[in-house]
Design a protein around this ligand. Structure first.
Ligand code: GSH
Length: 219
């Protein structure tokens, strides 16, 4: 039995997607970021910072999306979704897994200021401008890393695409992707994957974003 603690359109989508790519079913436990359920002691025992994803699998609970993806890849080596230690693409793969969280933490910071502050006047235009510029820089760097490959690793789709690909569906709320045609084509390629389509069908409706784009406010 695999049970995924999930919030629609959050980092737990990475896990839902990889499970679909691996052909594994899971039970979804839906949470909300706003209703306090992630701070319930019973949930904190599974995910100590009160975050999603957390994955319950064979009596074990795993938190942190990179650790969960890696564990799933190691349990299913026949799928070849993560280069093994010593493989030529291993270092690039590890870089991408970490870099995806560098990018996601910038998005999270923007979410916090644009969406979750009770009083929007508390958001700092200077900080918003700085973080948005940092997010744009990571997207530019990612486009360079992708080069002319179909996926982030030259050998093909991997867990790094699930880890990073998720970001490309939320970053555009803050940074338009038009200046990054390589990333736009990559995102279209990801969206066409049967595993992605199946995961989207189960994801649920996101409730955070009420606008298509959140510009940096004037300082
Ligand atoms: N590094 C963690 C970050 C997890 C994380 O922050 N998840 C967000 C959703 S994308 C969350 O649960 N936020 C709830 C909160 O901050 O209260 C991972 O990759 O799993």
């Amino acid at each position: 039995m695999i049970r995924l603690h999930h919030v629609p359109a959050s980092r737990s989508f990475r896990i839902l997607w990889l499970l679909e790519e691996l052909g594994l079913d899971c039970e979804l436990v839906h949470h909300s970021i706003r209703d306090g359920s992630l701070r319930d002691p019973a949930y904190l025992a599974k995910s100590p910072a009160g975050r999603v994803p957390a994955l319950e699998i064979d009596g074990e609970v795993i938190f942190e999306s990179a650790a969960i993806l890696q564990t799933l890849c190691e349990r299913h080596p026949q799928a070849g979704l993560a280069p093994v230690p010593g493989a030529p693409e291993r270092v690039r793969y590890l870089e991408l897994m970490g870099f995806a969280e560098t990018m996601a933490s910038l998005i999270e910071n923007l979410n916090m200021q644009h969406l979750f502050l009770r009083d929007p006047a508390q958001a700092s235009p200077v900080v918003l401008k700085l973080i948005t510029a940092r997010l744009a820089a990571t997207l530019g760097a990612l486009e360079g890393m992708l080069g002319d490959h179909d996926y982030l690793l030259a050998s093909g789709f991997s867990a790094a695409d699930a880890m990073m690909g998720f970001n490309l569906f939320v970053a555009p709320y803050y940074v338009k992707l038009d200046p990054f045609p390589g990333l736009l084509a990559y995102r279209t390629r990801l969206e066409a994957r049967p595993g992605f389509i199946a995961a989207r069908a189960r994801d649920g409706e996101q409730t955070f974003y009420t606008q298509d784009f959140y510009p940096v406010p004037e300082a």
